[in-house]
Design a protein around this ligand. Structure first.
Ligand SMILES: C[S@@+](CC[C@H](N)C(=O)[O-])C[C@H]1O[C@@H](n2cnc3c(N)ncnc32)[C@H](O)[C@@H]1O
Length: 367
């Protein structure tokens, strides 16, 4: 069944679809979703957006630098990369790491079968001793002693959308009439209302009428699977987003939902679903609360610039000093108005040697 037919059928049958269900279908419906179809491409001239690992291999070199530093304090010999996209980060990690430190295993957990295939093709082209450690798995349970990477994965995990209207909170849902999809709203239940009330208390602001915002209810299960299934880990999360005081700023009254096609924002998310990316800025305070609930240590919350500068990106870029594309990539990665400050790095771990010193400027107070 085509994606549009599937969406229409579900909306007809259930009376509406919630936005997280819509986002999930649009991105991951097998063979038709944005990430799970044969035309998905992360290549510079064919992609709809560009991620840090695709910009330059020096990004992977920074992650290697940090990984090797962590290894001095913690016995982590495996890597698990969630949502590996084209496989670029995995390739650059394995190609650039000192031969003596090639991980025992580099596991990839990828939701899209088409991307899995592209990753395999790309990784097959690197050297045998590098590619031999790579393995695709469906589940992280029982993978221990591991450095976990999730680069721009949380922003692609479906969220629900809410709106305050006439002093009441509603969930935004999608309905169908005369074969046409449109946004509508349903009343929030007591639990959600309580949750929103708690956000208002923490940020010390009442949402104004017509304020739209997202809450992600899937982060918890995603993190729980890791926290309950893995022993001895450090988890590297890189994504765009904010702490909740910044995220739910009164001027951000349309939320952070974005649709991208050909490197441009598009407005209508009902026109040709599956042909554009959908993403939502990460609520890092939400992640921090889940982490705390599970007694996991939040080692650091910092900006991408801080992380990259402290993991030798400038030193590693010198070899490219005559390559204008690489210089531009470095600017994109580091400039505050570009990725530098919009992207954050969050580092977690289950237990850490107290001598482990994180050299990044700390922004945990913003969570
Ligand atoms: C925005 S892309 C980022 C790709 C890559 N990490 C990069 O930075 O270039 C999001 C990736 O996460 C994958 N993904 C989303 N949810 C996932 C999940 N629950 N488990 C594994 N992969 C997931 C998508 O299929 C896609 O590969």
């Amino acid at each position: 069944m085509s994606l549009l037919k599937k969406i229409h059928a579900k909306a007809e049958q259930d009376g509406f679809i919630t936005f997280d269900q819509y986002m999930d279908l649009c991105l991951y419906y097998p063979n038709h979703g944005y990430y799970d179809n044969k035309n998905i491409s992360f290549e510079k001239n064919k992609s709809d957006f560009i991620t840090a690992p695709e910009l330059s291999s020096v990004y992977a070199e920074s992650i290697i630098e940090f990984y090797l530093n962590c290894k001095k304090f913690k016995n982590i010999n495996n890597i698990v990369e969630f949502g590996a996209g084209s496989g670029e980060l995995a390739c650059n990690f394995l190609k650039n790491i000192d031969r003596n430190f090639i991980p025992k295993k580099y596991f990839i957990i990828e939701k899209s079968l088409h991307l899995r295939k592209q990753q395999k093709e790309k990784i097959n082209k690197i050297l045998k001793d590098e590619r031999n450690v790579v393995e695709w798995i469906d589940d992280i349970a029982k993978i221990n002693d591991v450095f976990i990477i999730a680069n721009e994965v949380f922003d692609a995990i479906p969220s629900k959308i809410f709106i305050k209207d006439n002093n009441n909170f509603y969930e935004r849902v999608i309905k169908i009439k005369n074969n046409t999809l449109y946004f509508s709203k349903i009343a929030c239940n007591k639990n959600v209302k309580n949750l929103i009330k708690k956000i208002e208390e923490r940020i010390n602001m009442k949402f104004p009428n017509n304020y739209m915002f997202e809450i992600n209810f899937q982060y918890e299960k995603f993190l729980e699977d890791i926290f309950n299934g893995v022993n001895n880990f450090i988890f590297f999360i890189a994504d765009y987003g904010y702490g909740e005081k910044e995220l739910f700023h009164k001027d951000r009254n349309f939320g952070t939902l974005q649709f991208y096609k050909n490197h441009e924002k598009i407005k209508n998310c009902f026109n040709n679903p599956g042909s554009f990316d959908i993403s939502i800025s990460v609520d890092f305070s939400n992640l921090a609360r889940i982490i705390k609930k599970h007694n996991i240590a939040l080692l650091s919350y910092t900006t991408q610039t801080e992380f990259l500068i402290n993991t030798k990106i400038v030193e590693n870029s010198i070899k490219y000093s005559k390559d204008i594309d690489e210089i531009n990539a470095l600017k994109t990665l580091l400039f505050p108005t570009d990725m530098g400050e919009n992207f954050k790095i969050m580092l977690l771990c289950d237990n850490m040697n107290s001598e482990f010193n994180i050299p990044f400027k700390d922004y945990r107070h913003k969570l």
